[in-house]
Design a protein around this ligand. Structure first.
Ligand code: ZN
Length: 317
């Protein structure tokens, strides 16, 4: 039994409108779901990804207006990294310049060219060129041409004070060590898929990060279905980890636990996904609420700041 790759990465934003504008207009992702944080329905949970926000492409945000900036550090995913087609770095570099967004080339990462920037809340993002891209659905009108488009995740960086226990856990989840470069180790569930990889860095003298705007809240991995998820839960309990019960997130089911280095991990089921409560061509346009909050819709909508967004999806799903 092994996990099937990254499901989503959830980070914290402050202003929701600025967040939506950046991920759709600058990065060209699809706004795949506008909902609330199920644990705090007075705040948004916003999802971006490919046409349907499928697992492996979904970066999501808890939007906390007025949130202070957090600090990056150990016990966190310190960079959300995406795959881009080979030869597209120059396109992105000039696109960021045009929009007055600072970006810099990284020294080559496992022989791939990469660029680093931050989102409006200071969240570090990396775009890494990849020869082999995940098969994703780009059938929507994007601000970025398809030939340069972001193709889901590519080995985001996890930072911990001691690598060994985290390394052991990754192995228990089915990851294999496939490459090492200085302090960076790359672990993979499937060497053919960029979104099935993570990088691990040990920083023994590192300070623990503080979770707030501009930091990653958690990283989720995929299990095929609910039965497999329950088997994972059992296995994690046997490893002595504190795991939550299965939680119904409406678009998928989730369990959460902290890995030994302090990073919050989630294991989520593939489906049912974001088409379950609205047609694909209108994803992101309206606030969608899970059944338990529907009766409080008026109240919830009053508390949330409006988001201006018009979906430009092609085709009908
Ligand atoms: Zn999650």
């Amino acid at each position: 039994m092994k996990l099937h790759g990254i499901h989503h990465i959830t980070a914290i934003a402050s202003d929701p409108q600025r967040n939506v504008d950046f991920y759709t207009q600058i990065l060209g992702l699809r706004f795949a779901k506008r909902t609330v944080n199920f644990d705090d329905p007075s705040t948004y949970h916003l999802y971006f990804g490919d046409r349907t926000g499928r697992p492996g492409t979904a970066i999501t945000f808890f939007a906390w207006p007025g949130a202070r900036r957090g600090s990056r550090g150990t016990g966190q995913v310190i960079a959300a990294s995406f795959a881009i087609p080979s030869g597209s770095l120059d396109f992105w570099k000039s696109r960021f310049e045009e929009h007055h967004i600072f970006s810099e080339r990284l020294p080559s990462r496992f022989e791939a060219s990469a660029i680093r920037l931050t989102d409006p809340d200071g969240l570090p993002l990396e775009l890494i060129e990849a020869e082999q891209l995940d098969d994703i659905d780009l059938e929507y009108e994007s601000e970025a041409p398809n030939k340069f488009a972001i193709h889901g995740f590519h080995a985001p960086t996890l930072e911990v004070q001691q690598a060994k226990p985290t390394k052991e856990l990754l192995k228990n989840l089915g990851f294999e060590l496939i490459a090492e470069e200085k302090a960076r180790r790359r672990f993979s569930l499937n060497s053919k898929s960029t979104s099935a990889q993570v990088d691990l860095i040990e920083r023994a003298d590192g300070q623990f990060g503080v979770n707030s705007a501009g930091t990653v809240h958690h990283i989720a991995f995929r299990s095929a279905g609910e039965k497999e998820q329950l088997r994972w839960r059992q296995k994690l309990l046997e490893l002595g980890l504190h795991v939550t019960p299965v939680i119904d997130r409406f678009y998928f089911h989730s369990i959460y636990f902290r890995e030994p280095g302090g990073i919050l991990f989630e294991i989520a089921t593939e489906g049912p996904g974001f088409r379950v409560d609205e047609p694909v061509e209108h994803l992101g346009e309206n606030l969608k609420l899970p059944p338990q909050y529907e009766e409080h819709r008026a109240e919830i909508e009053r508390a949330l700041p409006p988001i201006m967004f018009e979906s430009k999806a092609k085709g009908v799903g």
